[in-house]
Design a binder for this molecule. Structure first.
Ligand SMILES: [Fe+2]
Length: 328
């Protein structure tokens, strides 16, 4: 009897190993392949990872069309995922487990992709210069009281484009243009190359308030627990703080759709969520999973729970506004 079970087990696993799934990923294989090792051990589904930039992978999918070996596409930002959606590169995932694991606002509205972990784009401030009671909303960063005190990253960056989409979605174009124009008038320095630079400028006293993604701050705090930059979650009384995340969807011409759905179930399960979100210092999309201690120390917050597709659809308008008000 025992040998029969063993033999069955072997048979099952050798059959199962014939299955595989291929992910096109902007993250290099060495950064993410460990995530899928337990998945392969449990299901027998081999996970292949092919890496490239957003443009490379999306062009590849467009050129390969029906001949593609890709089953899933993973990218780091809703701006890029929305571009893939617009190019008709996805099909909806169907797994009920994934829909149960991930709240609606963290999935594309027709399930073309789901976020797998996410961050908030928050106001960061130097507590030696600013009392958090002075802070409220993204819009308020245009208030004259922040003149020569605000620093931000360049407008060509996808994180700011998505934030612009959020503003247009909630405020409309006219009001957004007014807000961003006021931000520009408050800049203490020219737009900075990256979020880390914004955080460093706050610590160095080049500015007092800025905008950055939550996951950039933990490394600074780990290096120096007294690091003089803090997180403020804006728009708590209105639309909730703008969030953006890393997401994955099943590609339109996937050959291994069942396996791809199983991988999404695995990726959004509590155990994986906890480990992976922590490794990337981001928030888990599965609300049953705990977040890492350092994110917990930033505090609970209301996030924007409206449709993320409406944010991404407003990005082109936001880009026009950035240009018009000369936010470089
Ligand atoms: Fe980043």
């Amino acid at each position: 009897m025992k040998s029969l079970i063993l033999a069955l087990g072997l048979l099952m696993s050798s059959q199962a190993f014939a299955k595989e799934v291929t992910i096109y990923s902007v993250y290099p294989a060495e950064e993410i392949s460990a995530i899928f090792t337990p998945f392969t051990e449990r299901t027998g589904i081999k996970v292949n990872i092919q890496t490239g930039t957003t443009d490379e992978l999306q062009n590849k999918l467009l050129n390969e069309r029906n001949d593609t070996t890709a089953d899933l596409y993973l990218d780091k930002d809703i701006t890029f995922l929305a571009a893939a959606k617009k190019a008709d590169l996805f099909q909806s995932f169907t797994s009920k487990t994934v829909k149960a694991n991930v709240p609606t606002h963290l999935r594309e509205s027709t399930d073309l992709f789901t976020l797998v972990f996410y961050r908030a784009r928050v106001i960061m401030y130097n507590p030696n210069k600013v009392n958090p009671s002075e802070l409220s909303t993204y819009e308020d960063l245009g208030n004259a009281k922040w003149k020569n005190r605000l620093c931000v990253r360049t407008s060509t960056n996808s994180y700011n484009q998505a934030l612009g989409g959020y503003l247009v979605k909630h405020l409309g174009e006219t009001k957004t243009a007014e807000v961003v124009k006021n931000w520009v008038q408050n800049f203490s320095v020219e737009p900075i190359k990256n979020d880390r630079g914004v955080i460093q400028a706050l610590a160095d006293g080049q500015c007092d308030v800025g905008l950055a993604n939550t996951y950039y701050l933990p490394a600074f705090i780990r290096a120096n627990p007294e690091f003089p930059v803090k997180v403020y979650f804006p728009n708590q009384k209105s639309f909730g703080t703008h969030i953006n995340g890393v997401g994955i969807g099943i590609v339109k011409h996937a050959k291994n759709v069942n396996e791809a759905n199983l991988l999404l179930e695995y990726f959004t399960s509590v155990e994986v969520q906890e480990a992976v979100a922590a490794a990337f210092s981001q928030y888990p999309v599965n609300k049953k999973a705990n977040m890492t201690t350092i994110l917990e120390s930033f505090g609970a917050f209301n996030e924007d729970t409206s449709d993320l597709s409406q944010t991404t659809e407003a990005i082109s308008k936001a880009n026009e506004i950035f240009k018009n008000v000369q936010y470089k």
